[in-house]
Design a protein around this ligand. Sequence first.
Ligand SMILES: Cc1cc2nc3c(=O)[nH]c(=O)nc-3n(C[C@H](O)[C@H](O)[C@H](O)COP(=O)(O)OP(=O)(O)OC[C@H]3O[C@@H](n4cnc5c(N)ncnc54)[C@H](O)[C@@H]3O)c2cc1C
Length: 618
Amino acid sequence: MHEHDVIVVGAGGAGLRAAIAAQEEGADVAIVSKLHPVRSHTGAAEGGINAALREGDSWEKHAYDTMKGSDYLGDAPAIETLCKDSPEEVIQLEHWGLAFSRDEDGRMSQRPFGGMSFPRTTYAGAETGHQLLHTMYEQLVKRGIQVYDEWYVTRLAVSDEEDPTDRECHGVVAYDIKSGGLDAFRARDGVILATGGPGQVFDHTTNAVANTGDGPAMAYRAGVPLEDMEFIQFHPTTLPSTGVLITEGVRGEGGILYNENGERFMFEYGYANNDGELASRDVVSRAELTEVNAGRGIEDEYVHLDMRHLGEERIIDRLENIVHLAEDFEGVDPLEQPMPVKPGQHYAMGGIETDENGETCISGLYAAGECACASVHGSNRLGGNALPELTVFGKRAGQHAAGGDLGTAKIETGKRGDWETGEVDTPVEPGDVSAPGEDVVADGSGGTTTSSGGSLSPEKYVQRALDTERERVESLLEKDEGRQHAEIRADVQKSMTRNVNVFREEAGLKQALRDIRDAREKYQDVYVADKSSTFNTDLIQTIETRNVLDLAEAITLGALARDEFRGAHWRKENQERRDEVWLKHTMLSWEDGRPDLWYRPVVLEGENKTYEPKVRSY
Ligand SMILES: Cc1cc2nc3c(=O)[nH]c(=O)nc-3n(C[C@H](O)[C@H](O)[C@H](O)COP(=O)(O)OP(=O)(O)OC[C@H]3O[C@@H](n4cnc5c(N)ncnc54)[C@H](O)[C@@H]3O)c2cc1C
C-alpha cells in the first residue's frame, strides 16, 4: 500500500495545479493518472484562458458575463471566486514560463470570445492548453512531485456510514496498466479527483478516448451527488468527420459562418443581431442546426466557417494550429477554402458537486476541473472559462486538502441546508440491474450498501476497497464468453448523440433511457477477451464503459426532469426559461443502487450584489 498526505487523481491542468498547491502548503503529495501528464486532454485546449487583466476590464464585468452566460444557473460565490482569482493565476503561469502570445507593445495578447463583453481571452496561438500543461509539468518535475502514471484508479476507499455527509475518504484503489497489478493508495489528508470530462458518453465529441467520466462515476457511487448533469455543451465548430475542434478563436479573430446559400445566417435570420458569430456557444449551435433543419445546410449536415479574409500572415501568427487540424482531419486548406463545421459534444457543465473550496460532501474528498461542478458555468460555459477554472479551483482544492485555511465555503454540499425532493417519470427503472449478490454497477467503498457504522480504521477501509476491487477484476477476467464492451458503449453513444443532443424532446429522452437500460442489462454479461496483464486496454475500457453508462443515465434523467429551456438545454415541450420553477440545480445521488433526484436553489447572492435573472440576448 502506498501512502501520502494528498493523492491527486488525474494529471491534466486541474490535477497539476492542485498538486503544486498542496505541496506548497507543505503536504507530501502524489498524482495517480491513467495517462502520462502531458498526454492529458488539457493539451488539446486551443483558444485561451479568460482573465480581466487590462484597464477597462474588471473581475466584476467578467463575473457578470459568466453569470449571464450561465443563464443564471451559476452560483455567485463560485463565479466571483473564478473571476477574482483568474488574473493572479494567469500571471503566475506567465512567471512559470508559459509563452503567451504578445502584442506589439509586449503585453500578453487578449482576444474576443463568445459571450464576453471585453476581449479578455489570453492565449498562446491556438495551443494554449498544450503550453499550460507543459508549463505546469515543468513545475512538477522541478518540485519532485511523485507521479504514478499509467495507473488507472477504479475505486474510492470511503467509509460507509448511512448518510454520505458522515462519510470519509481515505484513499483510492488503482490498476497498474504496465503490470496488471492492483494496489491501494492511502491518503492521510485528502483525495482530489481531477479526472476531466465525460465526452465519450457521446459518439461525436471533441474529447479524447480517455474522457470517460471515471471521477464523477466513482464519486457518485460512493455517495457524492452529481450536479446539473443535463447541461452538456455542444460546440458549434467541430469538423464533421471526426469531431476535432476548430477553436472559437477563429470567430474571435473575425471568422464568419455561412449557410449553403452563402448567407451570413447569424445576422440574416436574426439569431444574434448584435454579436453574430460571437454569440454564446449554445446560441450558435442551435442556429447552425436550425439552418440545417430548414434545408439551408451543406450536404444536409453542416455549415461553413470562413477565415480566408483574415489573410495568411494573421492566420499563421494566431491560428496556425487550425490550418494543420483542418488539413489533417478534414482534407481542407483553410487558407484557400471555408471549413465545414457542425455542433459536437464538447464540455460538461455539471459534475461532482463541490463548494468553492473544491470539497465534496464526503470529508477528505475533493474535485476540481471539468469533472467537478462548483458551479461556475451553470447551464452554459463561456469559451475560455474552463482553463481558469482548472487553475483557480485546482489550486484551492490542493490548498484545502493540505490543510490550508480558505475560510468557510458559502456553497453547501450534500443534503444539507435548503433542498427539495424531485420526481421524474421514467419509462424504465433507472440504476443497478444486477441480480442479488452480483456487484456489477454499484460500489461505494466496500462494494455494498451495508453500513458498518464507520467503525473500521482508515487503513482497513483502504484494504477492504482493494480486496473488493481484486474480486471484481478477477471476475471480469475469468469469463470466457459474453458481450464486449465496445458494442455496449457504441450503442449508448449513438443513442445519446441521437436523443440527448442540442434539441431535446420527451420521446427521445425516454428512448435514450430505454437504450441505457438495455445496455446495463447487456453489461451484466460483459466479458474481457484479452486476459493479458500488460497494457490490457480491453479490461480498462470494460471498466470505463460502466462509468459511461452511469453518466449517460444521469445526463438523460436530468434532461428529462428539466422541462424548460435554459442555456445549453433546449426542450421542445417547453421552449421558455421558467425561473419561477427552475432556478435550481438538478442533483442526483446514488442511493441503494439507483439514482435519487433532488434539487438545491441557485445562489445568486454575490459579495456586493445579487444577480437578477434577465433575458439573455446577444
Ligand atoms: C479540443 C478542446 C479544446 C478546448 N479549448 C479550450 C480553451 O481554449 N479554453 C478553455 O477555457 N477551455 C477549453 N477546453 C476545455 C478544457 O480544455 C477542459 O475542460 C480542461 O482541459 C479539462 O482539464 P482537466 O484537468 O479537468 O482534465 P484533463 O486534462 O482531461 O485531465 C484528466 C486527467 O485525469 C486522468 N484520469 C482520468 N480518469 C482517470 C482514472 N480513472 N484514473 C487515473 N487517472 C484518470 C487522465 O489521465 C488525465 O491526466 C477545450 C476542450 C477541448 C476538448
